[in-house]
Write a protein that binds this ligand. Structure first.
Ligand code: FMN
Ligand code: NAG
Ligand code: NAG
Ligand code: SF4
Length: 706
């Protein structure tokens, strides 16, 4: 807040530097004014924060004109507009969207007080031009991602002109419409109604697409001028939602468009405050945040009810009987919600998503903590699940509102061959979208196309899928390593599982009561199942891991109980990480107060290790607020061997398969030495020195399901 006031007053000060005394007087006056402003604001006496600012001109540092053009029309309009804006004596940039990385730069346009104009054409099936593809995809995902929040682009002033052809009817100007909508959903401030250029001269409002643009252009220029003169109704650049709403009803101004109705925008919702952006480990909290905006739930559930009703009135009775037995796990409504969030759904119960660390590593910006601890190449890692369903209905989880929960498989089932094939294809398609994206390293891109690892942990419970062993075998036969995470409710299935590269159990709590409170399991005998699952883990010869997610005030006080659980499952490793706060939601009571600091996680782990003589702290990934505790057998001649020899694993697992399961192997047979930078206490704090650390301007976290 204070900063904004300074930014606004500095140009005023400059205007007044005529004489020294005036300057001094004004400076003192301004300082006093600022102090008063700050005090008033702090005391919340000024409910309408912009009251006193309305008299002052709004500061605009410049105009950026972005275009997404294929045959050059939008590009031409961009330079026409740029010429027109020149008269206003503002810095102007004309930018091809292909060269723009919204992930790195869009938030920065708010602080720099840039007005952003988007001139975007629509092509076949309502798609953007190839040059605007990445931008649109990023924007759509952000807009539909609950973690970005509805204030992510608060204060960004923008205007959209779409280019299209009404002959394409339902796809007419779809890209312009969407860009406008997505920016609006992210809290940006629309300066004027979206313009619609129409190639179809007969239909075109002004007779030609050029005339459409001219008309919009002059409206835009007058809005811009008004903005520079500080017109009352103009968004001040520090607009709250409520205020932006008021300009939309202003004279001749952007009216709320139909698609916006029903969107609620909390006034003062701040984006997430934690400085680290990391995947949550808390398996169900993550599911909630990664999957469905809680606010969408009402809509989704209504859809689902409707679908159910429709199903109850079948035209064909024989089909209905089957239908009852073999229901699809993902309903069309749920599918739509998941797809919007960047999930690629496969068949009727599986999904893949591109993990944020995969993206990060493609760009040489560091891998996930599993890169640090085990040498996973994050840019070649496919995050997937063969079962979006689960047997818990955690307090944080959207799933108890919807169908896919159950204690056993009761849905239509897809074959593992199909799931694998489509998962890899979808994953590769998502990687391909990174071609030419600013910052992506060519050799990593090439490597990324070849999947080397599979993290079976996106959401849901992978071992509920009846053909999980088949799927694992298929993965291994393709040379893909397998990290599988389970929720400790299916001991029999854990026992029956064939060797995987690394098998995880989520240990969300250490006592019966807190487990019930946190996981809200469906099984009545959940505690016995939990303990049996840990015992089942102990029988495994390959690498096993407990995953502990610390939530302050929920599960951090039961050290002795954790130590006892460790002796039950005797895992090779224990990953401990602090829960990540992902913004408020109506389904969770979690607040920032529940998020432990890195030092608190370190202290917890030290105390825990003191209770377990066979274990030591091996590695650290500070960025994820995560530590690795390892069994001492992985410390060979004073050196840690927590990394994995993936090639060796593939050889061993092939042998195992060929021998029909008689030639087994153990965790120590496929270890690799841990590099120095990954060790606990290293100067790099777990950041691979091959990569470049990148500090984000925004605070948005990315929740990976892994
Ligand atoms: C192959 C093709 C497909 C198109 N599909 C659409 C469409 O689905 N919807 C639409 O509104 N306009 C459509 N258009 C019209 C273009 O958006 C329009 O020609 C626009 O002015 C192109 O801008 P550009 O020259 O900057 O690429 C299409 C044009 C072509 C050539
Ligand atoms: C969350 O808070 C609400 C109201 O404060 C309370 O009723 C509910 O029991 C809490 N839920 C949990 C899981 O603590
Ligand atoms: C070996 O692989 C085949 C598929 O190629 C599979 O059917 C079989 O069950 C596997 N055997 C073991 C012991 O994993
Ligand atoms: S899916 Fe998991 S293991 Fe794979 S890159 Fe992402 S965080 Fe790392």
């Amino acid at each position: 807040m204070g900063l904004d006031v300074w930014d606004l007053s500095s140009p005023l000060l400059l205007l007044w530097v005529n004489r020294f005394y005036i300057y001094l007087g004004c400076a003192l006056g301004a300082t006093l004014w600022i102090c008063i402003q700050i005090t008033i604001r702090k005391q919340n006496l000024l409910t309408n924060g912009s009251l006193s600012l309305q008299k002052k001109p709004t500061y605009v540092s410049g105009v950026k004109i972005f275009y997404g053009s294929q045959t050059g029309t939008a590009k031409g309009f961009a330079s026409i507009l740029a010429k027109a804006v020149t008269s206003l004596d503002l810095p102007i940039a004309v930018i091809n969207l292909k060269q723009y990385d919204p992930d790195d730069n869009l938030v920065g346009e708010i602080t720099s007080k840039t007005v952003c104009v988007f001139l975007v054409a629509t092509y076949t099936d309502g798609c953007p031009t190839e040059s605007a593809e990445w931008f649109c995809k990023w924007l759509e995902e952000a807009a539909n991602d609950f973690r970005f929040g509805k204030t992510y682009l608060k204060g960004l002033r923008y205007a959209v002109f779409g280019l299209g052809d009404s002959a394409y009817q339902s796809h007419f100007n779809k890209v312009g419409t969407n860009v406008d909508k997505w920016l609006w959903m992210l809290g940006a401030c629309r300066m004027l109604t979206r313009g619609q250029g129409d190639r179809n001269a007969v239909q075109s409002k002004h007779g030609s697409i050029e005339a459409d643009f001219e008309a919009w252009k002059s409206k835009f220029l007058s809005r811009l001028q008004a903005l520079l003169q500080g017109e009352k109704k103009t968004c001040s650049g520090e607009c709250k939602r409520g205020k932006c709403g008021s300009i939309q009803h202003g004279p001749g101004e952007a009216k709320p468009e139909p698609q916006e109705q029903g969107q609620s925008h909390p006034k003062e919702e701040e984006p997430f405050e934690s400085s680290e952006e990391e995947e949550t480990g808390f398996h169900d909290l993550q599911s909630l945040n990664a999957v469905v905006d809680v606010e969408d739930l009402g809509t989704i559930m209504n859809h689902m009810k409707k679908e159910k009703r429709e199903k109850q009135q079948p035209e064909d009775k024989t089909e209905h009987v089957e239908d009852k037995e073999e229901r699809a796990m993902i309903t069309p409504a749920l599918r739509e919600a998941l797809t919007k969030q960047g999930y690629q759904l496969i068949g009727s119960h599986s999904g893949v998503k591109l993990c944020r660390w995969t993206k990060s590593m493609l760009r040489g910006r560091g891998g996930c903590y599993k890169h640090t601890f085990y040498g996973i190449e994050s840019h070649r890692c496919m995050e997937t699940t063969p079962s979006l369903a689960c047997a818990n209905k955690c307090v944080f989880c959207w799933r108890h509102h919807t169908n896919p929960v159950g204690t056993e498989w009761r849905w239509k089932m897809d074959q593992p061959e199909v799931i694998l094939k489509e998962a890899v294809e979808n994953h590769q398609d998502m990687i391909k979208q990174f071609k030419g994206v600013p910052g992506v390293k060519a050799e990593r891109f090439e490597e990324g196309l070849e999947v080397k690892h599979c993290a079976l942990s996106l959401v849901g419970e992978p071992i509920m899928y009846p053909e999980i062993n088949k799927l694992l075998t298929l993965l291994h036969h393709r040379g893909i390593s397998t990290f599988l995470v389970t929720n400790a409710q299916f001991p029999e299935e854990i026992r029956n599982l064939i060797p995987v590269t690394q098998l995880y159990i989520s240990v969300d709590a250490s006592t019966k009561d807190s487990l019930r409170k946190i996981d809200r399991p469906l099984f009545k005998d959940f505690w016995q199942r939990f303990l049996d699952s840990l015992k089942a883990l102990a029988t495994k010869q390959q690498r096993t891991v407990y995953r502990l997610t610390l939530v302050k005030c929920w599960n951090v006080d039961e050290l002795q109980a954790y130590a006892e659980l460790v002796s039950l499952g005797n895992p090779d490793f224990i990953e401990v990480k602090g829960v990540t706060y992902c913004g408020e939601s109506s389904a969770s009571n979690l607040t920032m107060a529940n998020v432990p600091w890195h030092e608190e996680v370190v202290r917890f782990v030290r105390e825990l290790v003191d209770l377990m003589p066979d274990y030591e702290i091996a590695c650290e990934h500070e960025h994820s607020n995560c530590l690795l505790v390892a069994h001492k057998k992985f410390k060979i001649s004073g050196e840690w061997w927590t990394w994995i020899d993936y090639t060796r694993f593939q050889e061993l697992v092939l042998q195992y398969n060929k021998s029909g399961g008689s030639e087994t192997f153990s965790a120590l047979d496929y270890v690799a030495r841990t590099p120095h930078w990954a060790l606990f206490g290293a100067r790099e704090k777990g950041f691979d020195p091959k990569d470049t650390r990148y500090q984000r301007k925004n605070k948005v976290k990315d929740v990976s399901g892994c």
